[in-house]
Design a protein around this ligand. Structure first.
Ligand code: C2O
Ligand code: CU
Length: 548
């Protein structure tokens, strides 16, 4: 493969949206940030140069980073922040992904403005396993905050209150026709009649799963999360934060203008200020000679609470699983974990409550040092290895009554240790603890996994495994546990390192809905962690590193 060198200059710049101007951190003066284009087998060195005023890290979402968590990016998990005035060069190896993945900041809520797409083409001379498109188009869905989101989050986390709500959703950085002061700059995608386009959709929104559809046009889904899927035709998609979708669109309609609409899917009937039901819009615009209509054609999407529409869409995803793209589902599970995902309150001394969230009732606390350095250098007192394989209590997790024993979460920096080569199954169980059953888009760093099953209600250890798809399960890096339901994933622990597992709703992640899997080294050098780069950002210049 080829080796690419890129500079990512992180710098503040002014942007105006929703009738207000603010300064925000972006990469290379672009929002959304630059698209990285590579082929499978390539390596990219990204020199991240921090010219901003606070520390930042970058993550390459969906890139496995074999043996190299040093370049994975999540703050306090695999590195500490690149400080203002400093730089750090990430090495990104594209070993297995083909399709679309993406990159984003992985410190505080900086990813709201620091993110972009990564397009991974097949190796030279290898065609796509679907009709060759005439052109491609990247479409990034995002969240816009009028204020300084990082400052707001910091304040709310200290006070323990609810975290900020975005003021708009965006398509390629623009809120579109249905938000104030926005319709002059609605994003327009220009197409030629008769051509077929490969649309690459990234959900970079902070806290929202989204439905998306294009008036008058079908989408043929051909890839997700950097893996090929069996093509299927749909009028709409449901896309979780973290997810990427490759879809073919043929411009075969009457010359005209068609709305591209996305809006929040929240899996619950709630009238709550927290949610924004506005349609974010862009316009698919045919090139050519015609009188433009007064208004583009509109598309109707499933209702915001239409869980069946969401599950119908995700239920259609299958791995391509053809001869050229064989699958390898672990069949002899050596570690099975059952992990509840809950929203909680956390009782502080003095009888005050703060918002919290948890996995198996443990709310993650960042340590002062990143987990990877502590693990690699054998520094004790940073984390414990007692993340449990199941929740502390069993009850009707999805029932109407919340499980009172699980309203308060414990806190800790507890990780799960896996031996190299283990075959792992994790069942995520959504709960109705605290009366707040919603979907949780679970994302695992360092791995893709097979989604072998999903369902509503409580997971049934005896019967639900009989429903698993072990023939062509989707191969993904992010998958939502359904509202009041469960999802089962499998992977082979063949990538040594310290890998973050978390809900990709930043609201939940900030409150502690995450843990870390440490995958131990295998027997050989090729199955062991690589050495850290020499210029790894440290946590505190004065921090004394004890241990070996
Ligand atoms: Cu999209 Cu932990 O990342
Ligand atoms: Cu969540």
């Amino acid at each position: 493969g080829y080796i690419h060198h890129l500079d990512f200059i992180l710098e503040e710049k002014n942007y105006t949206r929703l009738c207000a101007t603010k300064s925000m951190l972006v990469v290379n003066g672009m929002f959304p940030g630059p698209t990285i284009r590579v082929r499978r087998g390539d390596t990219v060195f990204v020199n991240a140069i921090n010219k901003g005023t606070f520390g930042v890290t970058l993550h390459w979402h969906g890139v496995l980073q074999p043996r190299n968590p040093w370049s994975d990016g999540p703050e306090y998990i695999t590195q500490c922040a690149i400080k203002p005035g400093a730089n750090f060069t990430y090495e990104i190896n594209f070993s297995v992904e083909e399709g679309t993945v993406w990159w984003h900041a992985h410190s505080d809520w900086t990813r709201a403005t620091v993110h972009g797409a990564i397009v991974v083409y097949p190796p030279e001379g290898t065609p796509y396993p679907y009709p060759q498109p005439d052109a491609e188009e990247v479409m990034i869905l995002g969240s816009w905050f009028k204020g300084d989101v990082r400052a707001m989050v910091e304040e709310d986390l200290v006070e323990g209150v609810d975290l900020p709500t975005s003021d708009a959703y965006t398509i390629n950085g623009q809120p579109g026709d249905f938000y104030p002061c926005s319709n002059g700059s609605t994003y327009r995608w220009h197409v030629d009649y008769g051509k077929t386009y490969l649309l690459k959709i990234v959900n970079a929104a902070m806290n929202a799963e989204l439905f998306l559809g294009i008036a008058g046009h079908n989408l043929t889904i051909v890839g997700m999360d950097g893996s090929y899927v069996k093509p299927f035709v749909t009028r709409y998609i449901m896309i979780s934060p973290g997810r990427t979708i490759d879809a073919l669109l043929t411009a075969n309609q009457t010359l005209g203008q068609y709305y591209i609409i996305a809006r929040q899917f929240i899996s619950a009937v709630i009238t709550y200020e927290l949610y924004d039901f506005t349609n974010v819009s862009a316009i698919l615009q045919y090139n050519g000679d015609y009188t433009p209509p007064e208004k583009p054609e509109f598309v109707t999407l499933p209702n915001y609470y239409n869980i069946n529409a969401a599950m119908d869409f995700t239920g259609r995803i299958r791995s391509l699983a053809d001869e050229a793209h064989p699958i390898d589902v672990p069949m002899n599970i050596t570690t099975k974990m059952y992990i509840t995902a809950s929203l909680n309150q956390f009782l502080e001394p003095g009888d005050t409550f703060r918002m919290s969230s948890s996995m198996n009732n443990i709310s993650w606390n960042n340590a002062k040092l990143d987990i990877l350095t502590a693990y690699y250098r054998n520094i004790s007192g940073v984390y414990t290895t007692d993340f449990p394989d199941e929740p502390p209590y069993f009850f009707d997790f999805t029932g109407i009554l919340p499980g009172y024993d699980m309203v308060d979460a414990d806190t800790g920096t507890r990780v799960k240790v896996l031996n190299y080569g283990e075959e792992v199954e994790i069942v995520f169980q959504g709960t109705n603890v605290f009366n707040s059953s919603v979907q949780h888009p679970m994302h695992l760093h360092g791995y893709d996994f097979y989604v072998v099953g999903a369902g509503r209600g409580n997971y049934d250890f005896d019967n639900d495994p009989k429903t698993y798809n072990l023939v062509d399960p989707p191969h993904l890096n992010t998958m939502s546990s359904p509202k009041s339901g469960w999802v089962a994933i499998r992977f082979r622990a063949n990538n040594p390192g310290t890998w973050l597992l978390h809900c990709h709703l930043d609201r939940h992640f900030s409150w502690g809905m995450n843990t870390v899997l440490i995958v131990l080294n295998g027997p050989t050098k090729e199955t062991s962690l690589r050495e850290p780069p020499s210029n790894m950002p440290t946590c505190k210049p004065t921090l004394e590193l004890k241990g070996t």
